[in-house]
Design a binder for this molecule. Structure first.
Ligand code: ATP
Ligand code: MG
Length: 400
């Protein structure tokens, strides 16, 4: 598609909950613009703040495909609800009309003579025409040119016209954004990242609530292969599109698991191991200045996730454990994993460290005193801080 007669290509971003922020709004918007800038570092774009929207201006003559790629990329940045690939034209009703005719020319709806509507909004009240006058002017011209019927109730094609301070924006469709808040506006968290389906979705949910996250993976090394590390790495690499500059830390956990097993309490091993993971994670969190832990627990999904066992986990640490999936069904989690692109990776086979410790029957009502006895023998606090000393970082600077 040529864009010359249409004016300049641009991308319009509609903000989500950020607009509900009273006096802090400016801070949230600054964070959002910084995140957008980082996400679009490979493109040449000029970020302009307009009233209630952000406009990304692209250089003159930018190809349609490039503008579409920018729209796609920015749709991954949390904090935006809608992204429109738009054209920017001078504030002249005649120019706007011509651009609208050009904008819809090659669409399937025009070919089918499908019903259409024009919807105008004036953010600048000094524009010579009122919204409904502009609707009628442009709608009439499209109708005259292509013979499309107007339908205000059930249009198949809607031409949106937004009259702004310095220019007019025109667009037809939009792609949904992630919603939520800009990453970083809620602080930093540490995600306990297995190679499974749930924890990547939990990470996504918390990023979308403004948490910048680091990732911590426990590997069964030296008693398992490195497969689970590769999987965790691939998952983090995939999730990095939502926040950038992600870090994965890996704990070699095999020997600690062996000690837990040696303590002889088969039915409690799983939950004792989970507490040791959390204690280690808490140590790591302090070192990287994270203020919360995040897990993919969902109530009742497996034996470690009964209410009693979740209570036993909370009891192991002082930091809050955020569990964004606690009330979701597995089918809902799977659907979200598919949508965000992590499902395929999670479904690859691996030897998770936990498979080493799967007892024939696991305790669903673990008693905290029993767990504390095991931990005393293990010297769990000391072990957790040794484990935290042994972590290895895997940095992801998107293109490395
Ligand atoms: P997932 O699909 O995230 O693995 P799950 O349904 O398999 O979850 P569990 O294995 O009981 O459930 O794990 C519950 C949570 O504990 C996980 O969501 C994750 O946050 C954490 N976890 C489990 N195993 C590991 C691991 N090897 N490394 C880091 N975190 C882990
Ligand atoms: Mg798992």
């Amino acid at each position: 598609m040529s864009m010359t007669t249409l004016g300049e290509p641009c991308v319009l971003l509609k903000l989500g909950e950020v607009v509900l922020k009273g006096r802090n709004r400016e801070l949230f918007e600054m964070r959002l613009r910084a995140n957008i800038k980082a996400a679009l570092k490979d493109y040449s774009v000029d970020i302009r703040q307009r009233h209630g929207v952000i406009a990304l201006f692209l250089p003159e003559g930018t190809a349609y495909e490039v503008a579409a790629a920018v729209a796609q990329r920015v749709s991954e940045v949390p904090g935006l609800v809608l992204i429109h690939l738009a054209w920017r034209v001078p504030k002249d009703p005649e120019v706007v009309t011509k651009a609208a005719i050009e904008l819809v020319r090659d669409t399937d709806e025009v070919a089918r003579k499908a019903p259409f509507a024009v919807r105008s909004r004036r953010r600048d009240k000094r524009f010579p025409l009122r919204s409904n006058e502009l609707d009628r002017l442009v709608g009439g011209a499209i109708n005259d040119t292509y013979g499309l019927p107007v339908s205000l109730k059930h249009p198949e094609l809607t031409v949106h016209i937004e009259v702004d301070r310095d220019e007019v924006f025109l667009f037809t469709g939009g792609i949904p954004g992630q919603g939520g808040l800009p990453v970083g506006s809620s602080g930093r968290g540490l995600v306990l990242m297995s190679g499974g389906i749930d924890s990547p979705v939990a990470a996504y949910r918390m990023m979308r609530r403004g948490l910048r996250v680091d990732f911590l993976h426990f590997s069964g090394i030296p008693f398992t292969t490195s497969e689970s590390i590769y999987k965790a790495y691939a998952l983090v690499r995939n999730l990095d599109k939502f926040q950038g500059k992600s870090r994965l830390w890996v704990v070699p956990f095999g020997k600690a698991q062996q000690s837990i097993r040696a303590s002889g309490q088969d039915r409690l091993a799983m939950i004792a191991q989970r507490r040791l993971m959390l204690k280690t994670a808490e140590e790591v969190a302090h070192r990287i200045h994270a203020e919360a832990l995040v897990t993919g627990d969902s109530l009742g999904q497996v034996s470690s996730q009964t209410l009693t066992n979740i209570t036993a986990q909370d009891n192991a640490v002082d930091l809050p454990i955020l569990r964004p999936l606690i009330g979701l069904d597995k089918t809902e989690i799977i659907a979200e994993a598919r949508r965000i692109g992590t499902l395929e990776i999670s479904e690859l086979p691996d030897e998770d460290c936990c498979t080493l410790l799967a007892p024939r029957s696991a305790e669903t009502r673990a008693k905290i005193e029993d767990l504390k006895l095991i931990e005393k023998r293990l010297d769990a606090e000391d072990l957790a801080s040794q484990l935290a000393d042994s972590i290895r970082p895997y940095r992801l600077d998107a293109d490395t």
